[in-house]
Structures are given as C-alpha cells and as structure tokens.
Design a protein around this ligand. Sequence first.
Ligand code: ZN
Length: 149
Amino acid sequence: MSELNELYQQMILDHNRRPRNFRAIEAPSRVQEGYNPLCGDRLTLYVTLDGDIVADVAFQGSGCAISKASASLMTEALKGKRVDEARALFDRFHRMITTPPDQPVEDLGKLSVLAGVREFPTRVKCASLAWHTMKTAVADETAGPVTTE
Ligand code: ZN
C-alpha cells in the first residue's frame, strides 16, 4: 500500500509541476473564479461548451500542489464529456474524497490518486475546489465567485 501511495504522490507532484490544460481559453462559453480561503488556493476555470458537450476546459491560478493537481486531473477527465456526465463525475469524486478513510471507495481511475486526501480533512477543500468551480461554471444560472467556505 505504501508503494501505491508513493506512486500516487508522484502523480500529484507531476501534475503540480506540469499542470495539464493550464492556460486561458479565448472567448470561452463560461468563466468561473474559485477560491479556497482556508489554504489560499485560487483558480480561474474556462469552459467551452459545444451544445451539452465539454469541448474544452482549462484553468489558471495559484495554489498548493493538491489543488493544482486536482484541477489538472479534472480537466483531463472532463474533456469530451457531456455536462450531465461532468456533474455525475463531480458527485462521484466528491463522495470519494469525503468517505471515511477506513471505508472502501469507488475506483475513479486516475482521479483515485486524490483519494488519500480523505485522511486530511483540510485538504479535501483543496482537492474539491476545481470541481466546485466546474459545477458552478456549467450550471444554467450565472453565479458569483465560488469559495469553499
Ligand atoms: Zn490548498
């Protein structure tokens, strides 16, 4: 198990160092700010919708390794998905990182590298920031900035 944890840690560090889809999108369908005051993580999420398909998704911002890696992994996971699938994935991801550490969680592929935050309640907000921001970004009604508080 510790070897697996090490592998997961490597992946998080890699996504932190070289975040995927770390850029602005010109003329996106949606732009949404997200902020986690507990840690100071900030991000701007850009989404291009083609009908109900997430055609492109990218982010910029600054924050801890967990928040950045989570946003990076999220953009990879969402591209090409339908909006309702993106929302369903939010629910599954959120469940994964809020299930007590002694209970089994669903395998979410690459996203499972973040399951370890379950053991660190303050880190849950770092890992979920991008996802909360995405959920608001693809919502039908417009809203103000997302904070995790
Ligand atoms: Zn953080």
